[in-house]
Design a binder for this molecule. Structure first.
Ligand code: 3PY
Ligand code: MG
Length: 244
């Protein structure tokens, strides 16, 4: 299996997200939960990314599972959403419903295509192609992971290792490196495999991405705009100072 390696935009800047998207990630996340993306910045970013010659599949991580937030992200042109802190199958079903138009769901019609000179995607096509990812990142959600992964309309379970480690009362690296049977990360991958959906995880670094892929995750997020900017600037300044 070849894992999909993604980029993650936090800065709230459409230009920075476009630069990131143009580096060729397999997928891109625009983070409106912990990132600095408000509604306007989400719309502007999706419009800029849509114009790239080769654009990555783009998700918005919404601030929470409210149907109107999911609808607005998709109306703005996202291919899918990532819904944080989903605790059980009822919350997963609500997210899936909010992603799709009737008869499969309860999404309200009103894509912003017209405001960007594009044409709206027909409802039936959206229902076939939209991606609904739900985050499993608490001990409670781990207890319900089998039902969450089995929920119709869920395309990916996405793990937030930092929140999961906090909820379990362990260090995030201990969670990632723990090889013992019963590691919650392995339970998530197994549940996704059983139900034929994608197992995704936030990595935030190439080292953690490799660990997660070795554990069986097929979709990971690696290059975070704020981190890569900081790392590259530090390396560049250090290299120039070393030579002066
Ligand atoms: C987590 O690790 O909890 C995340 O949500 C990553 O953004
Ligand atoms: Mg989280």
């Amino acid at each position: 299996m070849i894992a999909r390696i993604g980029a993650w935009a936090l800065l709230g800047s459409p230009a920075a997200a476009a630069v990131l998207a143009a580096t060729g990630p397999d997928w891109l996340v625009v983070d409106a939960q912990h990132g600095r993306f408000d509604d306007r910045a989400v719309c502007d970013t999706l419009a800029v990314v849509a114009d790239l010659p080769s654009r990555p599949q783009t998700f918005v991580r919404v601030a929470d599972g409210a149907a109107w937030l999911i609808g607005r992200a998709l109306d703005a042109g996202a291919d899918g959403v990532i819904v944080p802190m989903v605790q059980d199958a009822d919350a997963a079903a609500a997210a899936a419903r909010a992603c799709r138009y009737p008869p499969l769901g309860a999404r309200s019609w009103g894509q912003l295509a017209g405001t960007t000179g594009r044409v709206a995607v027909p409802a039936a096509q959206v229902n076939d192609t939209v991606q609904c990812a739900v985050m499993v990142e608490t001990a409670t959600a781990i207890g319900h992971v089998e039902e969450i992964a089995a929920t119709p309309g869920i395309d990916m379970v996405f793990v937030g290792p930092f929140d999961l480690a906090l909820s379990l009362g362990v260090d995030v690296n201990d969670l990632l490196f723990d090889e013992r049977d019963g590691n919650p990360l392995d339970r998530i991958v197994a549940a996704c495999r059983r139900h034929g959906i994608s197992a995704g995880a936030f990595a935030g670094s190439p080292e953690r991405a490799r660990l997660l892929i070795a554990r069986g995750f097929d979709t990971v997020s690696v290059a975070v705009d704020s981190a890569v900017l900081s790392e590259a600037a530090t390396a560049s300044l250090t290299a120039a100072r070393a030579g002066s």
